[in-house]
Design a protein around this ligand. Structure first.
Ligand code: ARG
Length: 459
């Protein structure tokens, strides 16, 4: 009998080049645990509907466990002639159990089997990713707590804009990571429908019980259309899209901290343990980890793109192209996983240089917008107030001073009745204290949000 699971129809063997070209074992090996889980659920169901005996199901399940351990220990030879992980496992089963092993594939096809294994793998990967994100969130919350009272410049266009509390800054990323987690959970919901039993593309004429399998494997529902199942890789695109958003968030943060750690900014001391040196310049401490985090974002985005291009224009149902989904998914997964782990470590160890930030905090008119709003509170139409403050800033620039340095006479000539209260909103810390809207950087708001996050995330 042919070694191949599909050998019967073939007269001669296939060319070695074909075997080498079509194999996926080199990259789908890592699905072995999930493939085995799917097969065990299948065997239990087959016994449940009397297509095999309970003893056969028992033997299949136990032997599959042993095969899993042997694969883990490298005791099962990997052969390109056996194509993929599914065939390796089934062949090992048949080797060990003979005819009983030959019954496992009843009522299924590799087409629904591979989607099932991928879904089970992705579901676990997604849950692990969620935990890693949670840990990064904790790191950012701890940093928010540590730097709670520090005022830093907020930027738009990388130009100084308005003051914010450092706590507010760190919590901004906590929000982004929360949306990332929500995206993962949303993807999980749609993913969690059982493919198995769709068989090759049309279902089976055997009395299989798909709901039994769904229950065993913890799927919420069945994927309802067998033709759809064999071609569905939406869940992988959704997962990798969610990963790409995480990578984009991490990459933006990394870029920010690369800048912040420059002499020019001088906001940040990156921990030595997460930097590297130069082979020629003895003084250098380079933020390579953060640069790579920024750089690796491109891998994840292109993995998403690879998957989209792979699926584009595919007719129903299964096409072998789909085998190429795995390298992209694994690469995106592993890249983001590694980035999250190191991001959590960096944020926990990094120190903002409070004194250096404070030394230049009054530069850049961070209080100008609060001054404008102060005018609005006194009945000045917003556009007029904008114009007035703009002119004051111009005056300051000419004199080389700050808004708070302007005299009573300067303010009175700009708009009558501003003094003396105007000085209460001038200067960066007073400007900061003036904030009050919900979600703003007002100290009470930041404290409230920090408390909320602590309850949500730290529990
Ligand atoms: N290794 C294949 C994949 O990953 C398994 C499915 C093969 N199905 C087939 N009809 N040749 O997609």
């Amino acid at each position: 009998m042919s070694q191949k699971t599909w050998g019967g129809r073939f007269e001669g063997g296939v060319d070695a080049l074909t075997e080498l070209y079509t194999e996926s074992i080199s990259f789908d090996r890592r699905l072995f645990r999930h493939d085995i889980l799917g097969s065990q659920a299948q065997a239990k169901m087959l016994a449940h509907v009397n297509l095999i005996t309970p003893a056969e199901a028992e033997a299949i399940c136990t032997t599959l466990d042993q095969i899993g351990d042997d694969l883990e220990a490298g005791k099962i030879p990997i052969r390109t002639s056996l194509e993929d992980i599914h065939t390796h496992i089934e062949s090992a089963l048949i080797e060990r159990l003979g005819d009983t092993g030959r019954k496992l594939h009843t009522g299924r096809s590799r087409n629904d089997q591979v989607v099932t294994a991928m879904k089970l793998w992705t579901r676990d990967a997604l849950d692990r990713m969620d935990q890693l994100l949670l840990d990064v969130q904790k790191g950012f919350i701890e940093a928010a707590e540590t730097h709670k009272e520090m005022i830093i410049p907020g930027y738009t266009h990388l130009q100084r804009a308005q003051p914010v509390l450092a706590g507010h800054y760190f919590l901004a990323y906590v929000e982004k990571f929360q949306r990332d987690r929500e995206r993962l959970m949303d993807c999980r919901k749609r993913l969690n429908r059982l493919p198995l039993g769709a068989a090759a593309l049309a279902g089976s004429s055997l009395p299989i019980d798909r709901r039994h399998v769904a229950k065993t494997l913890g799927f919420d529902d069945l994927a309802h259309n067998s033709l759809d199942v064999s071609s569905d890789r939406d869940f992988l695109i959704e997962y990798v899209f969610a990963l790409s958003m995480i990578a984009i968030h991490l990459g933006g943060w990394a870029e920010e901290w690369v800048l912040w750690s420059t002499t020019e900014f001088g906001f940040l001391n990156l921990p030595d343990a997460f930097c590297t040196g130069s082979s020629i310049m003895p003084h250098k401490k380079n933020p390579d980890v953060l640069e790579l985090m920024r750089g690796k974002t491109s891998r994840v985005i292109s993995d998403l793109n690879r998957l989209q291009i792979l699926l584009k224009g595919l007719p129903l149902a299964y096409n072998r192209d789909l085998q190429e989904d795995k390298p992209a998914v694994f690469d995106a997964n592993d890249t983001v996983e590694a980035s999250l782990i190191i991001a959590a470590a960096i944020v926990r160890k990094a120190q903002l240089k409070g004194e250096q930030i404070a030394a230049r905090i009054e530069d850049g008119f961070l209080d100008a917008t609060t001054l404008m709003e102060f005018l609005v509170l006194r009945g000045v139409p917003l556009r007029t107030a904008h114009e007035i403050v703009g002119k004051m800033v111009r005056l300051c620039e000419k004199r080389g001073c700050r808004l708070a340095d302007l005299s009573h006479a300067d303010f009175d000539s700009a708009y009558l009745g501003l003094t003396p209260e105007v000085y209460e909103v001038l200067g960066v810390s007073r400007a900061l204290m003036a904030f009050r809207s919900e979600g703003s950087t007002a100290p009470s708001e930041v404290a409230r949000q920090l408390d909320l996050w602590k309850v949500r995330v730290m529990a």
